[in-house]
Design a protein around this ligand. Sequence first.
Ligand SMILES: Cc1cc2nc3c(=O)[nH]c(=O)nc-3n(C[C@H](O)[C@H](O)[C@H](O)COP(=O)(O)OP(=O)(O)OC[C@H]3O[C@@H](n4cnc5c(N)ncnc54)[C@H](O)[C@@H]3O)c2cc1C
Length: 273
Amino acid sequence: MNAYYRSAEKLGVQIRYNTPVQALELRNGEFVAALAGNERIEARACVLAAGGFESNREWLREAWGENARGEWPADNFLIRGTRFNQGVLLKFMIEAGADVIGDPSQSHCVAIDARAPLYDGGICTRVDCVSLGVVVNRDAERFYDEGEDFWPKRYAIWGRLVAHQPGQIGYSIIDSKAIGHFMPPVFPGAQANTLGELACQLGLDPERFTHTVERYNQACQPGQFDHTTLDNCATQGLTPPKTHWARPVDMPPLLRLRPAPRDHLYLSGAESE
Ligand SMILES: Cc1cc2nc3c(=O)[nH]c(=O)nc-3n(C[C@H](O)[C@H](O)[C@H](O)COP(=O)(O)OP(=O)(O)OC[C@H]3O[C@@H](n4cnc5c(N)ncnc54)[C@H](O)[C@@H]3O)c2cc1C
């Protein structure tokens, strides 16, 4: 970013810091000026690069609505990026008649640690051990194939998956075999020597949790574990299945992490990480 700023300044671009644009002046659908505080900045053209509306809770609520459990999932989202993307100029342009594309509830939505701050948690809040263990919801049930594909191809769907779970919370459960295979998160996970003990720490029903993990463990077929390939370690006879990297979660200490659906949202776009 500093290199961008330096290059822009060399080209004569003036930069106003801490200067939100609240509206634009348009004439016959054409840009005339940007209005920022008391300033009116005229130009021949304007490029709007003011982000999405991921920090605007009301707009997120409107886009996500109420679910069948009477919850408003967006109330539990954390924004790992800037708090300033309120969508002020997006809304302005939509009201001025700009075309809207895409579905506003769709997003790049990452599972991050639920203990992360509301804004600006950054990359280190992402929970990256999902493909190495199992993920259960508040009812201690698994809900998706944790080993569907390589993690870099799947991490951006897990926020949305967790958003559809009760309370918008999930628990990523791994054992000591997983350590060293993923980017450790900034918050340490809870540890326990038995499944029941871990469930108690997480506030999950110990019987149901133990049953879910033991059923998963029993369904794991012998294979050659290799986290760098789509290996042949899979479950059999389990719904949902785990199709790669399925190894029993049985080697203490067991660990848990809490992903939550949180991230920037935009009307359309694609990215790779
Ligand atoms: C933690 C994290 C990690 C990410 N990692 C990757 C990655 O590895 N690869 C990848 O491709 N993408 C990644 N992304 C996504 C990527 O950063 C965004 O998609 C991208 O920055 C969006 O660019 P943008 O220019 O549209 O908006 P932004 O970069 O969000 O910029 C919008 C700017 O506009 C300002 N602004 C907002 N409203 C106003 C207003 N009214 N007036 C004036 N200024 C305003 C904001 O302060 C902000 O500076 C990541 C995002 C986060 C949060």
